[in-house]
Design a protein around this ligand. Structure first.
Ligand code: ADP
Ligand code: MG
Length: 263
C-alpha cells in the first residue's frame, strides 16, 4: 500500500497546457489537480486526442505547462533552469514509448547498458545491473539477442529494463502496449506491476485499452481537458476536485471505449 499521508512524489496544481494551432488556441489540459505518491501504480486512460501524452510529457518535464505548478518531492520543478531540468530527467525519470527505440545492431544487454546511460560506472558493474534488470523483466535467456530476434513484447521488456537502468523514481510509459495484442500487453502491465513491487519505482502508464487500465490500482481518465478519477473518493484527488466529479460513479471503462470508437 502506498502512503498517502506524506509529501506526494508529484503534485499538480492548476496545471494547464494550451497550444496555439493556426492562430487558434487549443486548451488540451485545464486546471488539473492531481497527486501521485511514491510507489503508486497509475493508469491514465482516455480516448485518442484526449491529452494523455501531453500529460505524460508534463510529468516527465519533456514539455512545460502554460499555467500552474508541478512539484516533485515538494520542489517546484519548472523553476529549475533547463540544465537543472535535464539533470532531473536524467536522474529521476525513465521513459518507455509505444515504439521501443532499441538499437537494432545491439544486443538486449547492450541496449540496456548504453554508453549514454552508464556514464562513469565500471563496465562490469553496469553489466551486472543490466543482467539483473533483464532477468527481472523475464529475459534472462534472451540477453544476447538483438531486437530483430525478439518478439514485440520482449522488445518492450528490453525498453523497460533500459528505462530503469539509472534507478529512476518515476517510470513513465506512453501506450507501451499500443502495438501489442491484449495478452502480450497484459504481460507488459504485469511486468510494470512487479517492478513497482520489487524496486518501489512509481509507475504511470498511459493506455487507451480499458482492459489493461483495469489491471492498475489507480486509474484516472482524461476527459475534455479534465482529470476524472475512476475510483470514488480517491485521496489523490480529494478536496481538489468539484464534489460532483469526486463522487460521480466511475463510468464503466468498457462503455467508454465504445463511446470513443463511435465518436
Ligand atoms: P492523446 O495522447 O490522448 O492521444 P495528445 O496529448 O497527444 O493526445 O494530444 C492532445 C491534443 O493536443 C490533440 O488534439 C493534439 O492535436 C494536440 N496537440 C498535442 N501536441 C500539440 C502541439 N505541439 N501543438 C499543437 N497541438 C498539439
Ligand atoms: Mg498519445
Amino acid at each position: 500500500m502506498t502512503d498517502t499521508t506524506g509529501t506526494p512524489l508529484i503534485e499538480l496544481e492548476k496545471i494547464s497546457r494550451r497550444f496555439e494551432h493556426r492562430g487558434q488556441e487549443l486548451a488540451v489540459l485545464r486546471d488539473l489537480n492531481f497527486r501521485i505518491f511514491a510507489g503508486d501504480q497509475v493508469a491514465i486512460m482516455g480516448p485518442s486526442g484526449a491529452g494523455k501524452s501531453t500529460l505524460l510529457q508534463l510529468l516527465g518535464t519533456l514539455d512545460a505547462p502554460t499555467d500552474g505548478t508541478m512539484r516533485f518531492d515538494g520542489e517546484d520543478i519548472f523553476a529549475r533552469s533547463s540544465s537543472g531540468l535535464a539533470r532531473f530527467r536524467n536522474d529521476q525519470v525513465g521513459f518507455v514509448f509505444q515504439f521501443h527505440h532499441l538499437l537494432p545492431e545491439f544486443t538486449a544487454l547492450e541496449n540496456v547498458m548504453m554508453p549514454g546511460l552508464i556514464g562513469r560506472m565500471r563496465k562490469s558493474v553496469a553489466e551486472e545491473r543490466a543482467m539483473e534488470l533483464l532477468e527481472k523483466v523475464g529475459l534472462k535467456e534472451r540477453v544476447h539477442h538483438q531486437p530483430g530476434e525478439l518478439s514485440g513484447g520482449e522488445q518492450q521488456r528490453v525498453a523497460i529494463a533500459r528505462a530503469l537502468f539509472k534507478k529512476p523514481r518515476l517510470l513513465l510509459a506512453d501506450e507501451p502496449t499500443g502495438n501489442l495484442d491484449l495478452k502480450t500487453g497484459a504481460g507488459i502491465h504485469a511486468v510494470l506491476r512487479e517492478l513497482n513491487q520489487s524496486t518501489g519505482v512509481t509507475v504511470v502508464v498511459v493506455t487507451h485499452d480499458p482492459n489493461l487500465a483495469e489491471t492498475m490500482p489507480i486509474r484516472v481518465l482524461v476527459d475534455q481537458g479534465q482529470l476524472i478519477p475512476q475510483i470514488p473518493g480517491d485521496a489523490r484527488l480529494e478536496g481538489r476536485l468539484p464534489e460532483e466529479l469526486l463522487h460521480r460513479e466511475p463510468r464503466d471503462p468498457r462503455q467508454m471505449a465504445v463511446a470513443a470508437e463511435e465518436a
